[in-house]
Design a protein around this ligand. Structure first.
Ligand code: ADP
Ligand code: MG
Length: 541
């Protein structure tokens, strides 16, 4: 069979360069990445085996083989394997959009050092420790296999091979030992044991070296809380999220009774790049009795909590459960409501107990959580309870409760103004009278704000009132009233003339709202707000 030499895709080459020059101080993680891939491949094969008996693996496991003299380490799995096209597409390119996006930003920005820490590097991290990598694989159910090899430069070779077992074996040719590497001898059995224990203990398939199984395979969510170390949660979070930043908060839940489930959820510390893309993945995986069933389980959390990562392990579902069935399942709907409540109440706890964490959370995810205010049947009060908003009353965002506690005597509404940026809103003539009279106004500048303020009328009995719409009755003092009577008479002819001359406006009124601008445009109390108008237009309506 002939050997072909192919080039890595441009982004892949850049990432490889970073790996070869070891951007991470912790090289141990290459092994965790290889094991994680092997575990994913075993999950995939198990799922395929449910519908096609011939694809079932006997004794699914991961084997590690170290050769100190040859300085090699092989990670072997009998998982799903890859076809030639798979290898070219998956190993020769960077498919994950987040990684390509991070690389692009790293090139544009000086903040690279910070960004580097943020991305999961996957397979390529092996080039931190290898001067050559050989991957031999055969897709389950296929006849021939593939051999791939690269030294981490711009190219790799690929050829068809016979007589290889189903699954994948990655052989790492370790770089020559130097002084530093004496500490990082990845062909050393004890070193390998230590790394597996630290990073991959929870992997659900046995990881074997010789006859020994190195990992406990215990699902974290099934172990008593007091026994699980924070570091173990962090590792598990990395495994399921590919996010290298530690999670902000870990949530554990357990329900017993007619429908049992356990959940282990994480609030990330930063928003992923694709959060607002249509096909953004949801973060919750579904397990049934410790067995992985599916990722991206949208049925388990509402879409305004799609950034939450974690696992739900339900005891009473069938292993063959499909998405269609999940969507209809009453118990799943119940779990979804409970998880959503728990996430919101956890954030509420952060608000009182850890302001810094709360602020980080709301900065990163507030715009998404507020989408929940648009969905009927969701818990609007719980969302507004944990919301905070920029305000004319200072630089720090305020909660609604704090806003209400500062309301002036006689004020019965929560005043807000929407717009595209804080600067734009703050310079708006609409704010003048409110400012002048000492009323606090919330400054709402997320795109979703224009829409939810239409959907949600009030919070805790206090109505929301836009300062830019209709007639706003600021409690007037007497001087104001006299002035306005006098003025209505004097200005009546001008108003009539303006109303007839300006086609684009519906009405022209005198106002006490402005103090220094001569005029401003307001929308009708029942009119469509500008943002919605824009959105509808974009949708072609
Ligand atoms: P990720 O695991 O985040 O997708 P990786 O760089 O680790 O990214 O792996 C890229 C892809 O290569 C995987 O998604 C998978 O499809 C494929 N792959 C890697 N290792 C294996 C393996 N041992 N068996 C089967 N497929 C694999
Ligand atoms: Mg991976």
């Amino acid at each position: 069979m002939s050997t072909e030499t192919l080039e890595f895709q441009a982004e892949a080459r850049q990432l490889l360069q970073l790996m070869v020059h070891s951007i991470y101080s912790n090289k141990d993680i290459f092994l965790r990445e290889l094991i994680s891939n092997a575990s994913d491949a075993l999950d995939k094969r198990r799922l395929a085996g449910l519908t096609d008996d011939r694809l079932k693996a006997d004794d699914p496991h991961i084997a590690l083989e170290a050769d100190k003299d040859a300085r090699t380490l092989t990670v072997r799995d009998n998982g799903i394997g890859m076809t030639r096209d798979d290898v070219v597409g998956l190993i020769g390119t960077i498919a994950r959009s987040g990684t390509a996006e991070t690389l692009r930003r790293m090139k544009e920005n000086a903040e690279s050092a910070e960004l580097i820490g943020q991305f999961g590097v996957g397979f390529y991290s092996v080039f931190m420790v290898a001067d050559k990598v050989t991957l031999v694989t055969r897709k389950a159910g296929e006849d021939t296999g593939v051999r791939w090899e690269s030294d981490g430069g711009g190219t790799y070779t690929i050829e068809t091979v016979e007589d290889v077992p189903e699954g994948t074996a990655v052989t790492v040719h370790l770089r020559p030992a130097d002084e530093e590497d004496a500490l990082h001898d990845y062909a050393d059995e004890w070193k390998i044991r230590e790394i597996v224990k630290r990073y991959s203990d929870f992997i659900a398939f046995p990881i074997r070296m010789g006859d020994d199984t190195l990992n406990s395979m215990k699902a974290l969510w099934a172990r008593p809380r007091s026994e699980v170390q924070d570091e173990e949660y962090r590792e598990f979070y990395r495994h399921i999220s590919h996010d290298w930043t530690d999670p902000l908060e870990t949530i554990r839940m357990r329900a017993e009774g007619t429908f049992e489930y356990e959940a282990l959820l994480f609030l990330p510390a930063r928003a992923p790049h694709d959060l607002f893309q249509r096909d953004a993945r949801h973060g919750v995986q579904l397990y049934v009795k410790r067995v992985f069933i599916m990722a991206d389980t949208r049925e388990l959390l509402p879409s305004h909590l799609r950034f939450v990562k974690g696992v739900v392990d339900a005891a009473d579902l069938s292993l063959n459960i499909s998405r269609e069935i999940l969507q209809q399942d009453r118990h799943i709907q119940l779990i979804r409501r409970r998880l959503a409540k728990k996430v919101l109440s956890t954030v509420k706890d952060l608000m009182t107990n850890d302001t810094d964490k709360y602020r980080t959370f709301w900065r990163e995810f507030g715009p998404v959580v507020k989408e929940g205010l648009l969905a009927p049947g969701e818990d609007h009060k719980a969302i507004l309870d944990i919301a905070s908003f920029a305000t004319t009353a200072g630089d720090e965002p305020t909660t609604l409760a704090d806003y209400v506690s500062r309301m002036k005597d006689g004020q019965d509404k929560i005043y807000f103004m929407t717009g595209e940026s804080r600067a734009q809103v703050e310079n708006s003539p609409h704010l003048e009278a409110f400012r002048a009279k000492g009323y606090e106004v919330l400054l709402l500048t997320d795109p979703v704000d224009e829409i939810w303020v239409e959907a949600v009328r009030d919070h805790d009995g206090k109505e929301f009132q836009s300062v830019a719409r209709g007639t706003v009755d600021l409690p007037a003092d007497e001087a104001d009233e006299e002035l306005s009577e006098e003025r209505s008479g004097a200005y009546a002819p001008l108003l009539t003339w303006l109303g007839e001359t300006l086609d684009a406006v519906k009405d022209v009124r005198l106002t006490t709202r402005l103090t220094s601008s001569p005029a401003c445009l307001v929308s009708d109390a029942d009119g469509i707000p500008p943002a919605l108008e824009k959105m509808y237009k974009a949708m072609g309506q």
